[in-house]
Design a protein around this ligand. Structure first.
Ligand code: FAD
Length: 445
């Protein structure tokens, strides 16, 4: 087998996954651009293995040929880490979509990396359980991608990020070695935790092929309200109040974003005049749970499930409404809650037209720069402002290629060097997602 030339490589890959699962030319289009339209490039081929053995054989072949590989799940990532940049091969994991045994005792479920979040939610709901992480991209985002990015989403305040849901992992290293730790034990300290190392690794250390996910009880009743506030301090008072009940979600939006969603999606806004800041809260239990949270603030409390869905649309359709305005520069940042007000004051001075919304309980703001404000200089200024306020430049979407140049702002030189060493040990030829998270190091360094 000759894999040095493109034809030999493709023939070898077709021999592994079958003729129809090696896509080239126009058939690769849907895999080559990211959700925002900001990132992407050509690929020599998209390869769609059906199982772990095929993933291992594909990686072994690419490693031997020195061919770079971009792992891809649902392609809903927002930082350019899951799409080719310079002709890399795309390894699509979507066909690894087996849902295995659900263990009602732990409780947990074993799934292939290509299973979507929505599928896990459906399966879990049949047992009165839920996946602790939920996000608006649920119909396309895969469990492999969500573990690889340590996805957060709307329920972190209740259940944590993906990191807290992973009880076991199976993955394939760049050279095709399969590593499995799939005991699913709630307590297991037999050495460093491989699953945790791979969580948030954005496809640069290994390709995740299967995961054991912790499941959480599905609340019998929930109540939803949209609450108006004058400023960040008012919004933080809602966070403090909601922590006294059983919060499931605490989301923040601003008047400009709400108006944009209302116009784009035709979703009615139940509060007039529109407050400057709006907090969407969902709590476990009935509407009485919300009485103290709402207090005498302007508010709309959902009376039924349809009402609740409408309120949620105001939040969940922000990303889509932003995209409809053009290709945004999306910044996904965290600032400590006690610095939120000071941060926002400075942010508004730098980019007054930005659309900001996010997961308030964690201080996670998605800052979207649009039109004339979508410049590299503004991106740099905002990320430096985040660092100045002791925040993180990559809250839940990851570093991808979007923030490689800014990683040093919130990770020390020692940390970055340790990450390079781990990567070098696990993928010596550097074929997995080069240029994602870490800058490519020249061989002489
Ligand atoms: C409308 C919308 C709302 C969103 N809301 C949220 C939100 O609330 N919270 C949040 O955290 N994110 C959110 N996202 C971002 C995105 O959905 C998450 O990052 C998600 O985890 C990506 O999953 P994916 O399967 O689409 O991964 P992809 O986009 O395909 O890949 C993402 C990264 O993971 C790597 N990867 C993918 N699969 C594997 C694998 N099997 N093994 C190793 N590496 C792999 C890729 O190389 C890439 O670096 C949102 C996106 C959209 C479009």
């Amino acid at each position: 087998m000759t894999t040095a030339d493109g034809d030999g490589l493709l023939a070898a890959l077709r021999g592994i996954v079958g003729q129809s699962h090696v896509l080239t030319g126009e058939d690769t289009t849907g895999y080559c651009a990211d959700w925002t339209g900001r990132f992407g490039g050509p690929t020599r081929a998209v390869v769609r293995p059906a199982d772990t053995a095929q993933v291992a054989a594909v990686l072994r072949t690419c490693n031997d040929a020195g061919v770079p590989v971009v792992p891809q799940g649902g392609n809903t990532g927002l930082v350019g880490g899951g799409v080719p940049r310079n002709g890399e091969l795309v390894l699509s994991l979507r066909r690894l979509d087996t849902v295995g045994a659900l263990d009602p005792h732990t409780p947990s479920v074993t799934v292939g990396a290509g299973v979507t979040a929505a599928t896990v939610q459906r399966v879990a709901a049949g047992h009165d359980l839920a996946l602790g992480v939920d996000l608006a991209a649920r119909d396309s985002a895969t469990i492999g991608g969500m573990v690889a990015t340590n996805a957060g989403g709307i329920h972190v305040v209740a259940h944590g990020s993906m990191r807290q849901q992973v009880l076991g992992v199976e993955a394939v290293l760049a050279d095709g070695t399969v590593v499995r730790h799939m005991t699913g034990l709630a307590k297991d300290n037999a050495g460093p935790d491989l699953a945790q190392l791979l969580t948030g690794s954005e496809g640069i250390l290994a390709v995740i092929t299967a995961v054991i996910l912790r499941l959480v009880p599905r609340p019998a009743d929930t109540a939803v309200a949209l609450i108006g506030c004058d400023d960040p301090a008012g919004a933080l008072a809602v966070v403090a109040a909601v922590r006294r009940v059983r919060p499931l979600a605490v989301e923040v939006m601003r008047a400009a974003g709400i108006a944009m969603v209302a116009e784009h999606a035709g979703v009615p806004v139940p509060l007039a005049p529109l407050p400057a800041w709006l907090v969407l809260v969902e709590v476990e239990g009935g509407p009485t749970q919300l009485e103290e949270v709402v207090g005498d603030r302007p508010s709309a409390v959902a009376q039924d499930a349809a009402d609740a869905r409408r309120l949620w649309q105001l939040r969940e359709r922000h990303t889509e409404a932003v995209n409809a305005r053009g290709v945004p520069v999306k910044l996904d940042v965290t600032v400590p809650l006690d610095r939120l007000g000071a941060f926002v004051d400075r942010l508004d001075a730098i980019v007054p037209g930005a659309i900001s919304f996010g997961h308030l309980a964690e201080g996670n703001l998605h800052v979207n720069l649009l039109g004339e404000e979508a410049t590299a200089a503004n991106e740099d200024a905002v990320l430096r402002l985040v660092a100045e306020h002791h925040g993180s430049i990559a809250s839940e979407h990851g570093v991808g290629v979007a923030k490689v140049g800014h990683l040093h702002l919130t990770r020390s030189a020692g940390e970055v060097d340790a990450l390079h060493r781990i990567r070098q040990a696990m993928d010596p030829a550097g074929i997995l997602n080069p240029g994602v998270v870490l800058p490519v190091r020249r061989p002489d360094r």
